[in-house]
Write a protein that binds this ligand. Sequence first.
Ligand code: OAD
Length: 242
Amino acid sequence: MQETLIQAVRGRLEETESLTVLTGAGISADSGVPTFRGPEGLWKNFRPEELASPGAFEQTPQLVWEWYNWRRESLATKQPNAAHVALVELEKRVKNFWLITQNVDGLHPAAGSRNLSEIHGNIWHVRCTACGKREINRTIPLPLLPYCQCGGLLRPHIVWFGESLDPEDLKQSFQALESCEILLIIGTSGVVYPAASFASVAKNQGAFVVEVNVEVNPHSEFVDMSIQGRAKDVVPQLLPCP
Ligand code: OAD
């Protein structure tokens, strides 16, 4: 059954000139990165509003940086897996390819993805709260209160709860969703907006929507084909023949 579904999707990917991919924490789970929800999820042990919100950073910036330093330390040991690599291969083969990721772990760019919107930011980027300058910073650990050359406090370049997505990322993502023939959704619970609405956006303009996940999700009603399995096992099998 799964094999038939995989073959069908592979056939469509062989033909298509326009593919958009949406990924979530599930694609990195196979690299050993914890997801957010579920029994082992990060939000089981930590309260997002105490660690990933502008209010938390205003009140206890040291605590927020301590948490991000801990995550950076752990992520520094992680490598892209076969699913990240397969998406790089798809990017080479499909004429119009765009990857939208909710992941901040940097594993897609590390694998070599280029046509990419990291809509929730990137944990390896810091941004000055005073001058707004953004840069890559892989120092581990950062001082608990890291400062910019201008004297302003640095923060992780991550979209926190209650904050808006970068308008350029949103524009690029909607363009990709509104023009794709196929939307491939990999490893997201589909509960955080606006990404939670992306399946319906693509579906409403006529795209064929495929989901790869270990379980069934809320946005599955917009999904034409659901492949149950681990990203690292399924995604490489979707690659069309060279
Ligand atoms: P979640 O933790 O909510 O969901 C992870 C999804 O991956 C679930 O649907 C799992 O079933 C699935 N999954 C787990 N392991 C998998 C595997 N090996 N292969 C395929 N699927 C697998 O993570 P997201 O949906 O990414 O926001 O969460 C969205 C946002 O919520 C995150 O970007 C983060 C969080 O708060 C910010 O940090 C701004």
